[in-house]
Every structure is written in structure tokens, then in C-alpha cells.
Design a protein around this ligand. Structure first.
Ligand SMILES: O=C(O)CCC(=O)C(=O)O
Length: 310
């Protein structure tokens, strides 16, 4: 049976109209105002050193307590464990190096909205991808003892043709929910590799023991953000117990997110979050249409010329 595309368009337009109303409260800054606002946000959250690390190393770590208090970390873990209990299949397979994966968790518990909207990591997203960044995935990774290494890769691989430009188009914010150590199967990175602007060569994908590679040993509650060209992977988990991670990749505004967040956004989610949430859900990006074309009222300035979101 074919999709009822008109019903789908109506749903989307209703959500986009709610997003437009919400935006009227506090539209995101553009141009010089965006630069000034970003500088102020970096200052307000004490992130200057993190921005330098993003430039030099291609990744940075917010220590425990900087992104959120320990109680939020605990609630994220509990929500993921509930989802894990009810999980029906494992699309990637635990042998993939990612562990057990929980995809598209955002609509399952408001605690994921809290993580997404946490101001310090969101400021790093803005620095990497701009104020109009969209959420691309809300994924849980759970690795048990014996989980294999995750091969070295860059997140721009298989998404953008290389050589890549210097901008990050896809950036991950990763919430470390249990301590990362070498034996616990921590993330590992090749600092500075984001400047190579190309995928990891095949012969280096399992070269986790190279001297250039740094294992990111950080405590539970840390948040790590990185540039999409950074070469990274994970060492195997040899210790007992379980590694838990919340992964929030984001994309720049014109790029298609991997998960269909607009389709699972509800009016309640729009209501209870700041206006920027609508942008993260993809509800303020240039809109699609069917045979009846764009709605001039929703475009604000007349068809094709611009929109109320500029
Ligand atoms: O935490 C890990 O195991 C690595 C995750 C990863 O590679 C990614 O999120 O791109």
C-alpha cells in the first residue's frame, strides 16, 4: 500500500507551523549576531580551552559535572536499560564493535531531550556545525565484557566524498555513562587527524596500538565532542561489567539526518523545550512540498524568496 503522502505532508506542515510559532519567541541568530552570540555562549560556559582542543586535536572532553549533574547521567542510564530490556533485535550485531545498539531513543524518554538541550555540549555543536545544526541520531551503545574493538574510522566516511573540506559537516557528542578506561573499552582517537581530510586507510583500521593513537580515559559523566573528519575507534572491552554510552551525532542544516526526528516530534515536545529544539528536529529547515507547492503564508516572504526562518 502506498504511503498517504498528503496526510504525511499535513502532519509535517502542522509541526512546522508549531515550530514557526515557537521560533517567534526566540529566533536563532544569523550573520554577525550569530558570531557574537556564539562568543558569548563560549564565554558563559567556560569553553575557550575546549574550542582550542577542537581546532588542534579534533576532539574535546567536558569533565564530569560540566555538561550535567550526576543525577542526569543516572537517569539516562536507567532509561537506556529499560529500552535494552524491551529490545527486539540488534540491527548492527554485537560483533560490529559498537556493542548492543539502541537507535532513535529520543521519543522514548524526555531524559534524552534534556541531554540534547544541555547548554555546554550544545555550544560545542554550534561551534562545529552552526546554530541550525540538526540532530542526526540518538543512539545508545552498550558493550559487555568481551566486546571487540571498533575499527578506526572517520564519521565523514561513506557520507561525503573525500577529500573533505575543513568544515565539520557531521559531529558527534558522546555522553560517557560509565568510566572509560583502556580495559573498559574506551574511545580512542588520532589527535589532529581531522586535518588529514580523508578516510582512514584500510591498513590502519585495526591499528589501535599505534603510538599516534590516544585512548580517551575519562570518568562517567564526561561528554566528548569531535569533528567529523577525526579518525577514531574503540579498544576492546576486556574488563567485567558493561560500558554504556549515549551518542548524539548532529549534521549541518542542509544535510539529511539519519533518523527521522521530525516524524516522531510531538506538540508536547515542542512545547516543553526551547525554540532551538525545533531546529534540532529538522522542523525549521527549508520545507518540502507536494503538487500544491509551498504555502506562501508559511514561507513568509513569498515563494522561493525566503522564509520566516531567516
Ligand atoms: O564509543 C565508541 O565505541 C565509538 C563510537 C563511534 O565511533 C561513533 O560514535 O562514531
Amino acid at each position: 500500500m502506498a504511503i498517504d503522502r498528503f496526510a504525511l505532508a499535513e502532519e509535517l506542515n502542522t509541526l512546522r507551523a508549531l515550530a514557526a510559532e515557537k521560533w517567534a519567541e526566540d529566533p536563532l541568530p544569523v550573520g554577525g549576531a550569530a558570531t557574537e552570540q556564539l562568543k558569548a555562549d563560549i564565554e558563559a560556559h567556560g569553553l575557550s580551552a575546549n574550542i582550542t582542543e577542537l581546532e588542534l586535536d579534533g576532539y574535546t572532553v567536558l569533565p564530569p559535572g560540566k555538561a550535567a549533574p550526576p543525577e542526569l547521567i543516572e537517569r539516562i542510564k536507567q532509561a537506556m536499560l529499560r529500552l535494552l530490556e524491551n529490545k527486539k533485535n540488534d540491527a548492527m550485531g554485537v560483533g560490529s564493535g559498537l556493542g548492543s545498539t539502541l537507535f532513535h531513543m529520543l521519543p522514548e524518554d524526555p531524559v534524552f531531550e534534556e541531554a540534547l538541550m544541555a547548554p555546554a555540549p550544545l555550544t560545542l555543536v554550534t561551534y562545529l556545525l552552526g546554530y541550525r545544526a540538526k540532530l542526526s541520531q540518538c543512539t545508545g551503545l552498550i558493550k559487555d565484557s568481551g566486546a571487540p574493538a571498533l575499527g578506526m574510522h572517520a564519521d565523514h566516511s561513506a557520507k561525503f566524498a573525500a577529500p573533505w573540506n575543513k568544515l565539520s559537516n557531521y559531529s558527534v557528542v558522546t555522553w560517557v555513562l560509565t568510566d572509560y578506561t583502556f580495559d573498559n573499552g574506551a574511545l580512542c582517537v588520532w589527535p589532529g587527524s581531522h586535518r588529514f581530510s580523508r578516510p582512514v586507510p584500510a591498513e590502519l583500521t585495526m591499528a589501535h596500538d599505534r603510538e599516534e593513537i590516544r585512548v580517551v580515559e575519562v570518568g562517567a559523566g564526561s561528554v566528548i565532542a569531535w569533528h567529523g573528519s577525526l579518525w577514531h575507534g574503540a579498544v576492546p572491552r576486556t574488563a567485567e561489567g558493561r560500558r554504556m554510552t549515549l551518542v548524539l551525532p548532529h549534521v549541518r542544516d542542509p544535510i539529511q539526518p539519519q533518523e527521522m526526528f521530525w516524524a516522531s516530534t510531538t506538540p508536547q515536545m515542542i512545547e516543553r523545550n526551547a525554540p532551538r529544539f525545533c531546529t534540532l528536529m529538522g522542523l525549521t529547515a527549508a520545507g518540502p512540498w507536494l503538487q500544491d507547492g509551498p504555502d506562501p503564508a508559511r514561507l513568509g516572504m513569498g515563494p522561493m524568496l525566503g522564509s520566516q526562518f531567516e
